[in-house]
Design a protein around this ligand. Structure first.
Ligand code: ZN
Length: 455
């Protein structure tokens, strides 16, 4: 909608300016890499049928000192002469980062000159110039405030990761020209790919097509998509020969995850379990999230923790010993439990005040902890231990009570290596446990729970 305004303006500038209105000169497209910011900018120029001049931030920085600024001058000159037009600056972070933050590299001077020149050019626009500057950035909060001032990039358009409906639409675009078998369900693929952006989905379709071609098929089938997804998320199959004892341990470990997921009413539905080694994983249990979840209930998180602990607990029950195979699971559990206690007010003994800053991947992990009293720190530690121990006990009871099912599932895995949820339910005589409905309106607030659905 925001860009539609820009298109209308470029088509018919007089309509917008006749009442004295000022149309934004600078529009910042903000969103994670791969979400299609460049494509959107191009499409805007295409729709408006105006020339499109583009350059990317890093290109400015690589050139010799002084050249960046003169290229900016040339670019704006050309665009103004051929207006109405669009200038697109990709990866503006490379030149537009907050200034004065300590010299990190020798290219700082060049960056500053280039940035200044952009600001000078944008300030120099007058009513006769119908040039709109679009810029793309991964995050607006690192940009120099001077860029965001009124009259410069004063309009921001968020280009977020697509939701389920968006992913399905994107998949439809990418499968044009790919012969699909009748069993292909793009909706199910969209559901299984939360967090993926357009570029990832294009890659997924391509991998599936390659897998189908390798098996000499005439069309791409649903299982090709699942295999492609596993390959992308977890790495290619590894020609790793495990000895019989290790295979058995992996079978029980994955069987533990799968069984807890099957026996827990509000777990994400189980998709597949495999003990074929892939990437760094020796085996994988894949769950399909019902929906993009933006808001997680405490009971959902408690289930998620139990499913993650299922692998470790199954090893413990069957072998009376544990292995390093649970490392990723335990990391995930720690992450969720820590946030439940310190950020989401889910432990009564700590209370609802936030005790830790947000986990920020872009900044390399946890930010410095808030100043917490020694008294409260002890309570936080205690609450994290209590919560985890309760979940361990719950999972132990669940798997011990269903030990015959666990053993049967492990035996099936050793025999078949990969099983889908339907096969497992049938073999174990488990009625289809309906996942809890997620129809109720969910807050559109992304919550940071590790999104990888492979355990
Ligand atoms: Zn595991």
């Amino acid at each position: 909608d925001d860009l539609q305004d820009i298109i209308d303006y470029l088509k018919e500038p007089a309509k917008y300016t006749r009442l004295g209105g000022r149309v934004p000169r600078g529009v910042l497209l903000v969103g994670p890499p791969g979400t299609g910011k460049t494509l959107l900018a191009r499409a805007t120029a295409g729709e408006a049928n105006v020339p499109f001049y583009s350059i990317s931030g890093p290109e400015f920085v690589e050139v010799l000192v002084g050249v960046g600024a003169s290229r900016v001058r040339d670019l704006f000159e050309t665009a103004k002469k051929n207006g109405p037009s669009i200038i697109f600056i990709d990866e503006i972070d490379a030149v537009g980062r907050r200034r004065g933050g300590g010299a990190l590299s020798g290219s700082n001077e060049e960056r500053e000159q280039t940035l200044n020149q952009i600001l000078v050019e944008m300030d120099g626009f007058d009513a006769s110039h119908t040039v709109v500057v679009l810029a793309a950035s991964n995050r607006a909060d690192v940009l120099d405030p001077a860029l965001l001032r009124p009259g410069r990039f004063d309009r921001q358009v968020t280009v977020d990761r697509p939701d389920k409906v968006g992913r399905e639409a994107i998949l439809k675009v990418h499968v044009k020209g790919v012969p699909l078998a009748p069993d292909v369900d793009l909706g199910a693929i969209a559901r299984a790919t939360p967090g993926m952006v357009g570029a990832d989905l294009a890659n997924l379709v391509n991998e599936a097509a390659l897998l189908a071609a390798r098996s000499d098929g005439n069309s791409v089938e649903q299982h090709h998509f699942w295999e492609a997804l596993e390959k992308i998320q977890l790495g290619a199959e590894r020609p790793l020969v495990l000895n019989e004892q290790d295979r058995k341990i992996v079978a029980f470990h994955e069987g533990g995850h799968a069984l807890v997921a099957l026996l827990s009413p509000n777990a994400d539905p189980l998709n597949r379990v495999t003990i074929v080694p892939r990437g760094h994983a020796l085996g994988v249990t894949l769950q399909l999230p019902i929906d993009d979840r933006y808001n997680y209930s405490r009971s959902y998180l408690m289930t998620r923790i139990a499913v993650a602990l299922g692998g470790r607990v199954a090893e413990e029950i069957e072998f009376g010993d544990v292995t390093t195979g649970a490392e990723n699971d335990l990391e995930m559990v720690t992450n969720i439990v820590r946030q439940m206690v310190t950020r989401w007010g889910m432990a009564p003994e700590v209370g609802v005040l936030v005790q830790a800053d947000r986990h920020d991947e872009d900044l390399g992990g946890w930010l410095a902890p808030k100043e917490t009293s020694e008294y409260l720190s002890r309570h936080i530690d205690q609450a994290m231990q209590d919560l985890t121990n309760e979940r361990l006990a719950h999972t132990r009871k669940l798997l011990s009570d269903n030990r015959n099912k666990l053993e049967k599932l492990a035996a099936l895995l050793l025999e078949h290596e990969s099983l889908d949820a339907e096969q497992i339910r049938k073999e174990l005589g488990l009625a289809d446990i309906q996942p809890e409905t997620t129809d109720e309106a969910r807050l559109k607030v992304p919550v940071e729970v590790p999104s990888g659905s492979g355990l």
